[in-house]
Design a binder for this molecule. Structure first.
Ligand SMILES: CC(C)(COP(=O)(O)OP(=O)(O)OC[C@H]1O[C@@H](n2cnc3c(N)ncnc32)[C@H](O)[C@@H]1OP(=O)(O)O)[C@@H](O)C(=O)NCCC(=O)NCCS
Length: 199
């Protein structure tokens, strides 16, 4: 798994998913300067703090063999956000999370990327359940979870330093995913995880 971390990529109809790189910093910092995008994922941050987040995500890939993917719009080559597996120490489950720059909302990109990332988490990581940690007021994220077939499961209890964060755990099992995947919007566009390439 580990040797895949800097080389692997997943392609969908409109997106390329790959592990984060230092060259993502400019666009990532722009996303974290936009309140609409940043507020649900820790709040607006200066570039120096975003560098730490980028290094943390790259470090997760190095240490665990997975982390969130940087999402690239194929038509423009633009970094549009990050989507994918996330499970830091003490996390209440194996998460597939998401966050896109505001200008890329409303185009089905998060759905397309999330389907590909969930396929990969179940197949390559052999996860049997995924969760999404979502605040009660985050309607767009809840709508995306519903589009993916996830339901609200329980209250989230998050590890330090996030103990005070109020959130719900959404999610579904691999069996449920496999049973309903063909009915999802954009399931064709998301392709299948075995398209992942090792170059
Ligand atoms: C949560 C988030 C990723 C959802 O993004 P999104 O753009 O709403 O979700 P999708 O990419 O699936 O797009 C769905 C929308 O695209 C529309 N759409 C347009 N073209 C489409 C296409 N070809 N295929 C599918 N949907 C399409 C859908 O109709 C839907 O529109 P609606 O929002 O008016 O109902 C985004 O709001 C975000 O990044 N928020 C900030 C970070 C965040 O909250 N992260 C989660 C923390 S829990």
């Amino acid at each position: 798994m580990k040797e895949c971390t800097t080389l692997m990529q997943i392609t969908t109809t409109r997106l390329l998913l790959r592990p984060p790189q230092l060259s993502d910093l400019d666009a990532w910092a722009e996303m974290m300067a936009e309140p609409a995008s940043a507020d649900p994922i820790g709040g607006v941050q200066p570039r120096s703090v975003v560098w730490r987040s980028l290094a943390m995500m790259a470090g997760a890939w190095q240490l665990m063999g997975f982390g969130m993917f940087s999402v690239i719009e194929k038509s423009s080559g633009a970094w549009i956000g990050r989507v994918g597996p996330w499970c830091p120490e003490g996390w209440p489950g194996k998460e597939v999370g998401w966050g896109l720059r505001r200008q890329y909302w409303g185009q089905g990109y998060a759905t397309e990327g999330a389907i590909a990332a969930i396929d990969w988490a179940f197949a390559a990581l052999n996860w049997t359940e995924i969760i999404h940690v979502i605040a009660p007021e985050n309607q767009r994220s809840q709508a995306l979870a519903r589009r993916l077939g996830s339901t609200k499961l329980r209250l989230a209890v998050l590890p330090a330093p996030l103990e005070a964060v109020r959130a719900d755990i959404w999610g579904q099992t691999r069996a449920h995913w496999q049973a309903q995947r063909a009915q999802l919007p954009l399931h064709d566009a998301a392709g299948d995880n075995l398209r992942e390439r090792h170059e």
